[in-house]
Design a protein around this ligand. Structure first.
Ligand code: PXP
Length: 246
């Protein structure tokens, strides 16, 4: 069996730390603190998605993270005028362009570059003209990969959602082959390849082994585990704060 490249990196998506904070519109937990702890744990990069509806990450978070992140900051955003202006102002280390629908629970599919080519190429020109490398979040479809390359973007991020949600082992293998072929095509066309969405502790390894894979962006499963592995200690500490006994 193939093994992951020793250069493979992990971008930790901290959106859902902000989701918990926004549930109460309070100040905790602060995604800025979470980013620092993720870096202490070995994160190679920090990813945040500034959504149009600001349901989790806020403008203030991105501004502070730009100053505090010691690794690299990947700003996920829709290719809109508002977001491009924010990126040009904040200058993240790279931008991942994603589709966005207001009603969706999370990013549901890859972006359609083929159908929006002229507009999207303009977005890449503007961002990369300001030295902000661009990554397109796409399904591993040959025509989307080709269109990504034609926009001049440096990276693609392959959408692993269908792989993650495959209903059987056979279906998962089909999706994995699809991702492998997509990575191969992208690299042959001079693109750098990342992947993410829906990856978990159980399904990550085969994706990590895809040849040429550079970075995996993973969020929900890490934050979910953090809530559970930290809960016992958090309860103990509350008992102590109450002056109580265990
Ligand atoms: N990559 C992209 C482009 C995403 O939109 C997301 C979800 O915000 C992720 C990676 C991380 O997905 P998950 O939270 O399922 O790990």
């Amino acid at each position: 069996m193939q093994s992951p490249s020793p250069l493979l990196t992990l971008g930790v998506n901290i959106d859902h730390v902000a989701t918990i904070r926004q549930a109460r519109r309070t100040v905790e937990p602060d995604p800025v603190t979470a980013a620092a702890l993720a870096e202490l744990g070995g994160a190679n990069g920090i990813t945040v998605h500034l959504r149009e509806d600001r349901r989790h990450i806020q403008d203030r978070d991105v501004q502070i993270l730009r100053q505090t992140v010691q690794t690299h900051l990947n700003l996920e955003m829709a290719p809109t005028d508002e977001m491009v202006a924010i990126a040009l102002d904040i200058k993240p280390d790279y931008v991942t362009l994603v589709p966005e629908k207001r009603e969706e629970i999370t990013t549901e599919g890859g972006i359609d570059i083929v159908g929006n080519f002229e507009r999207f190429k303009g977005v890449v020109d503007e961002l990369q003209g300001a030295d902000i490398p661009v990554s397109w979040f796409i399904d591993a479809e040959p025509e989307q990969i080709e269109a990504s390359q034609k926009t001049g973007a440096k990276f693609i991020e392959l959408h692993t959602g269908k792989y993650a949600e495959a209903p059987s082992e056979v279906a998962q293998q089909v999706e994995l082959d699809y991702l492998r072929r997509g990575a191969q095509q992208a690299i042959a066309q001079g693109l750098r390849v990342n992947a993410g969405h829906g990856l978990t502790y159980r399904n990550v390894f085969p994706v990590a082994c895809i040849e040429g894979m550079e970075e995996l962006n993973i969020g929900h499963t890490i934050i979910s585990r953090a809530v559970l592995v930290g809960l016992e200690r958090a309860v103990r500490e509350m008992k102590l704060a109450m002056g109580g006994q265990l």
